[in-house]
Design a binder for this molecule. Structure first.
Ligand code: GDP
Length: 296
């Protein structure tokens, strides 16, 4: 099925009919359509600029200028570049370390950390036959601890109790100690998030990272955040050595441009996509499928 972008490019090429060959100026017109498509998909402006510059370099080679079907040739280049940008290094979770392997969840409040913690617990239990323990370090919202307890039960995993009067670091250490004694394979640590990036939250999660030495530090980000995802991603990348991204709420109506932005800004691979509110609504991220969605 033709994408919206390839329709637009075909139209442009038709308008050029009668010209002896595709010129650099024609390529510029086509690149303008590519830029529009990415902006419509909510890819952040600086990321769009970089991306279009890379595509231009490739397009000005013979591949487009000398092609019989320049519109399709350019769509092909854009598609390959999208997949290369989003797909490189995509992998499942790294569980090769000595157990208990620790996964630290990072992200803003409402991004889907707690839900994703339970989804991952289920994924690791069912698909990889791991014994999983979850714990909440969110002592600021008592409801968050209860929420994790409920969704962990749905996931069929174990939950380690914590209370709002404890310090997140103490909770994390106690959970790690318990995980060691109980031969847990994977400990997933859910953390507090604020509505916006703030220094206290970043300091706290850095301390947790230092104490837990997690194998995976996953940045959870809402795909509906669009342009704003870039600033959030930058702040978390500066605070923590991220090992992967989980893009949530991909079942929403966004075109998912946040994937490209966040991948580019953090350099971390997108490992999973959240596709529903339900416990089984988690998929291994597929860059090729996602490229099609961004192109519209
Ligand atoms: P946290 O504050 O980061 O822990 O976020 P939560 O896990 O509490 O999620 C916030 C809201 O987003 C909840 O209503 C979740 O059900 C919802 N949510 C999380 N992931 C997804 C997803 O992939 N798709 C949809 N539709 N909703 C999600």
């Amino acid at each position: 099925m033709a994408s919206a972008l390839s329709d637009k490019l075909s139209r442009l090429v038709k308008e050029m009919r009668g010209q002896a060959r595709i010129t650099e100026a024609n390529v510029q017109d086509m690149l303008r359509e590519v830029r529009m498509a990415l902006l419509e998909a909510d890819v952040a402006l600086p990321v769009v600029r970089d991306f279009v510059a890379r595509v231009k370099e490739k397009a000005l080679g013979q591949e487009v200028v000398g092609s019989l079907n320049p519109g399709q040739a350019l769509v092909g280049i854009v598609n390959r570049e999208l997949v290369a940008t989003m797909g490189e290094g995509v992998s499942d979770l790294n569980l090769a370390a000595q157990p208990p392997v620790v996964i630290l969840m990072a992200g803003l409040q409402g991004s889907g950390k707690t839900t994703t913690t339970a989804k991952l617990a289920r994924h690791l239990g069912e698909k990889r036959k791991k014994k999983v323990l979850t714990v909440s370090g969110d002592v600021y919202r008592p409801a968050a601890i209860e929420q994790l307890k409920t969704v962990t039960a749905q996931a069929g995993a174990e939950w380690f109790p914590s209370t709002p009067d404890q310090k997140p670091l103490d909770i994390a250490r106690a959970a790690l100690d318990h995980a060691r004694r109980q031969y847990v394979d994977v400990l997933i640590v859910d953390t507090a998030g604020r509505l916006a990036v703030d220094e206290a939250m970043m300091r706290e999660i850095r301390e947790l990272h230092a104490a837990l030495k997690p194998t995976e530090t996953l940045f959870v980000v809402d795909a509906m955040q669009g342009q704003d995802a870039v600033n959030t991603a930058k702040a978390f990348k500066e605070a923590l050595p991220l090992t992967g991204i989980v893009l949530t709420k991909m079942d929403g109506d966004s075109r998912g441009g946040a994937a490209l932005s966040v991948r580019q800004v953090t350099g971390a691979p997108i490992k999973f996509a959240g596709v529903s509110e339900k416990i089984d609504g988690l998929e291994v991220f597929d860059a090729e499928r996602h490229a099609g969605r961004i192109l519209g």
